[in-house]
Ligand binder design. Structure first.
Ligand code: DP6
Length: 348
């Protein structure tokens, strides 16, 4: 078994948003959600983990800075992976051989994009941490359940392609899991552009933001109970049928409703800025001009836009954007990607 591994995990972009928990500790959501996982080479986290008898304690470095390993969410992930590794080992022949399970680990994680700018950095970060530790310890099951305990949206980055996170009903969270609804190869024409409007840290983090929304927003309750269940079903169908018109409309409506619940939160939370709103206008103008949904936007907990369109529309839409946002203005970074999933880079 290797004593050091390096893995990558990509970010995922929710097209039906998760916002609100019914259990803060286990990270159980108030509604199911659905996302597209981006391509490996684009926005991703790379994590290395090494185990050694020489290490005196578990330690972690994020983007070159040592962080406190005793944060509850990190500890949950470490504890759960080690529990599964122990379970897997008990009774097997390996039991009598020296085991890295008794060693401490050092973990080093890097993002190739701004952390906490509303670009799903926690999703890629925790998915990668769990995947890396699992590879190190030889654990293969329950990864989405463990990643969920790091950050809710992280459970969806365990899979590539189109992924649904079923909210589940049980109090212990055993049925609150991610599952792939279609692989990355299902819809290769679907392209994703990430428009980085601002790389600054978001003013209100998702964890705190959704907590206030659950406490104060009647719209969020209505959304979770009366809107999302049907929307998730419809979105699954749109994806299965590769129906961009339906996929795009649902994506935009769900993003808009999520930001409406942020406004309905008291005190209100503003994630979009003037540039975000301008991008929304450009998309609707573009679609109106063609008389059909050719482009769709979605925004997470920050001002950065994620655009979905089909391959044949990319160049034209980018040209339209360039007219509105000349290169010297902010929104000039365009990244393209296709859906993929986590991967092992090396084992030593
Ligand atoms: C707007 O997964 O970051 O991106 O579970 O508290 O870590 P925690 O929150 P997080 O929330 C993501 C919210 C979102 C929507 C989504 O990704 O579904």
């Amino acid at each position: 078994r290797p004593a050091a591994v390096t893995c990558t995990a990509p970010i995922n972009i929710a097209v039906i948003k998760y916002w609100g928990k019914r259990n803060e500790e286990l990270i159980l959501p108030i509604n199911s959600s659905l996302s597209v996982t981006l391509h490996q080479d684009q926005l991703k986290t790379t994590t290395s983990a090494a185990a050694s008898r020489d290490f005196k304690e578990d330690r972690i470095w994020l983007n070159g800075r040592e962080e406190n390993i005793n944060q509850p969410r990190l500890q949950s992930c470490l504890r759960e992976i080690r529990r599964l590794a122990r379970k897997r080992r008990s009774g097997s022949e390996e039991e009598s051989t020296p085991c890295i399970l008794s060693y401490r680990v050092h973990i080093c994680s890097e993002n190739n994009f701004p952390t906490a700018a509303g670009l799903a950095s926690s999703a890629a970060g925790y998915a990668c941490l769990v995947y890396t530790l699992a590879t190190l310890y030889g654990v293969e099951t329950e990864l989405s359940e463990i990643a969920r305990q790091g950050s809710g949206s992280a459970c969806r980055s365990i899979y590539g392609g189109f992924v649904q996170w079923l909210m589940g009903e049980r109090d212990d969270g055993k049925d609150s899991l991610a599952q792939q609804i279609a692989p990355e190869s299902h819809w290769p024409e679907l392209q994703v552009l990430v428009l980085v409007v601002s790389a600054e840290r978001k003013p209100v983090g998702s964890t705190a933001g959704m907590q206030t929304s659950v406490e104060t927003s009647p719209l969020l309750k209505h959304r979770a109970e009366a809107v999302v269940p049907d929307r998730v079903k419809e979105m699954c169908e749109a994806i299965r049928q590769r129906d961009f018109e339906r996929f795009g409309q649902l994506t935009m409506k769900d993003s808009n409703q999520f930001h409406a619940t942020c406004l309905d939160t008291f005190p209100p939370i503003f994630y979009l800025n003037d540039i975000s709103r301008c991008i929304i206008h450009v998309v609707h103008l573009f679609n109106t001009y063609y008389g059909q949904t050719k482009v769709a936007y979605t925004f997470d907990a920050g001002p950065n836009a994620v655009i979905f369109c089909l391959e044949q529309t990319v160049d034209e839409f980018v040209s339209a954007l360039r007219c509105c946002f000349p290169p010297e203005s902010n929104g000039d970074m365009f990244l393209k990607g296709l859906p993929a999933g986590p991967a092992v880079l090396s084992k030593e």
